[in-house]
Design a protein around this ligand. Structure first.
Ligand SMILES: Nc1nc2c(c(=O)[nH]1)N[C@H]1C(S)=C(S)[C@@H](COP(=O)(O)O)O[C@H]1N2
Ligand SMILES: [Mo]
Length: 499
């Protein structure tokens, strides 16, 4: 009994692995390889939290691991289908069961393989070999009822032959794999996209439930744009390069593959324009995917403390080299390729700074000796320091029972938002508003909601104020100023009628 079970397990694996190995020998890791296609499907089906946990845990080994795992699952599945259908036919028919059984098993393997790869031609050879394997393992004792006679191949010979075939098929596959790295990159890209999507989902799950509240993640198309030209520069990632010039030992140049070949990072981050007023709409948050500029510049010997960055347009900005190394060079946004209007193929994300430093269409980094302003500094603006804290009011919702629900969002650069305080008496007394959970990266928005339940003792209107306290304990300044020249300041001031 035990013996028969073991033999069946071996038979299932022999059939399944032989089918998969044939596919591997012929198609290596191209999309015509059964396991590549199956892996794609698995990535789509598995929960995104699971996928991103695995990727974070195993890094670059995650792809390899998932190929081995899905390869195993698929082999068991195909082996069980092959052997099972053969058996079933043997039970149902009494004559010719051997030939008919093998034929049925082969056809079924072919159908399943064709569905998995989405292609008929690529399924033929693996199914034929799978059918052949059924015929061969059928000779194993325990597979048929007949006793093992001397004429038959011994178990050892059968399994030895199958093993030799599988080793050979894998060797051929691995040699051919070198020629089909493209699909592996595509698979990797799929996994990277899924991870970014799961960060988008995480943020959306942390969103407070209230109407007319700004979402924690702004969708592409909704995320604001500020551009010195009416149309973004049209760049081609395949021709794009980022050169490092000026005070360097030796000039360097990176292409699109170079930046994607670095360790990939994902982050939630908001961008706020210097010309955003307290009531303005030039502040948005997204999930960005890219690499650390510090990793990219690791091997370049820099001889200056500042860098002048140039976009593919006429735009330029200077930044301290230490800060530049801390920046992310993003090529993805919300799980998508960075869109043209946001700097395709690559744009900078600068912690704690105004949006103007977040160079889009970055093409050159020139190392220089001293701070040298930038495009807007040369046009009368002044905002090279940290981005100002801001508390915004999105909407006043009138709920049932007279409840007034005031909703908004707040931002304080990488200092983070600690609390949002609300006053109904023009600033004499303050209370905390309810806040959305802080995202893992502090340089992001937090939503706030405050509900007022007016009663008959109240005045006819509230002198509403809102301000934030940042993660360093600093309260947002009361002093009102417009955006020019160094950024808007001041609390929200609104008169809200009690009914
Ligand atoms: N090359 C280039 N980068 C640029 C700009 C530009 O005009 N050209 N605008 C800057 C300004 S003023 C802001 S506020 C942000 C806006 O980024 P977004 O358009 O992706 O929201 O990009 C900055 N980076
Ligand atoms: Mo800006």
């Amino acid at each position: 009994m035990k013996r028969a079970f073991l033999t069946n397990v071996i038979a299932v694996l022999a059939i399944g692995v032989s089918t998969v190995a044939t596919s591997f020998a012929l198609f290596a890791t191209s999309e015509r390889f059964l396991v590549s296609s199956f892996n794609f499907v698995a990535l789509e089906i598995l929960p995104s939290e699971f996928v991103s946990t695995v990727i974070q845990e195993f890094g670059n080994d995650a792809l390899w691991l998932s190929m081995v795992f899905t390869g195993f699952v698929l082999s068991v599945l195909l082996g069980a289908i092959g052997l099972g259908s053969y058996r079933l036919v043997g039970r149902v028919l009494s004559v010719y069961e051997r030939e008919v059984g093998v034929a049925v098993a082969t056809v079924l393997l072919f159908v399943v393989a064709a569905v998995v790869v989405g292609d008929i031609v690529s399924a033929i050879a693996p199914a034929l070999v799978g059918g052949l394997a059924v015929l061969v393992v059928e000779d194993l004792p325990g597979i048929t009822e007949e006793p093992l006679d001397a004429e038959r191949r011994t178990t050892v010979q059968v399994l030895g032959g199958i093993a030799a075939f599988n080793i050979l098929a894998h060797v051929v596959g691995f040699i051919r794999r070198e020629q089909t790295q493209a699909t592996e990159q595509a698979l990797q890209a799929g996994a990277v996209r899924r991870e970014a999507e799961s960060l988008v989902n995480d943020a959306n799950e942390k969103s407070l439930a209230a109407e007319n509240l700004k979402p924690l993640i702004s969708e592409i198309g909704v995320f604001y744009t500020v551009d010195i030209n009416p149309e973004p520069p049209q760049l081609n990632a395949n021709e794009w390069t980022l050169s490092v010039t000026g005070a360097v030992d030796e000039e360097a140049s990176f292409d699109y593959n170079d930046i994607q070949g670095q360790e990939i990072v994902h982050e939630h981050k908001a961008i706020r324009c210097l010309s955003d007023d307290i009531d303005g709409d030039l502040l948005d948050n997204a999930v960005w995917t890219g690499c650390r500029v510090g990793d990219l510049l690791d091997d370049v010997e820099l001889q200056g403390d500042y860098a002048m960055m140039y976009g593919a347009d006429e735009y330029y900005y200077s930044i301290a080299v230490d800060e530049l190394k801390d920046c992310t060079l993003a090529f993805g946004m919300n799980g998508f390729e960075l869109p043209p209007e946001h700097g395709y193929p690559a744009r900078l994300l600068v912690p704690n700074r105004w949006g103007k430093l977040h160079m889009k269409w970055l093409v050159e980094i020139e190392i220089i000796d001293a701070e040298d302003g930038g495009y807007w500094e040369d046009r009368g603006w002044d905002g090279m320091g940290e981005v100002n804290a801001v508390t915004k009011l999105d909407q006043i919702n009138r709920l049932g029972g007279g409840t007034i629900q005031v909703v908004g969002h707040a931002y304080a650069g990488s200092r983070g938002v600690d609390t949002v305080e609300v006053s109904l008496d023009g600033g004499d007394s303050w209370e905390d508003a309810m806040l959305s959970e802080q995202l893992p990266d502090p340089d992001t928005l937090r939503q706030w909601v405050y509900e007022i339940q007016p009663d008959e003792h109240d005045e006819s209107s509230f002198e509403f104020r809102a301000r934030l306290v940042d993660g360093e304990g600093t309260t947002q300044t009361e002093e009102q100023s417009g955006p020019h020249p160094d950024g808007a300041t001041g609390w929200i001031e609104r008169s809200i009628s009690a009914n």
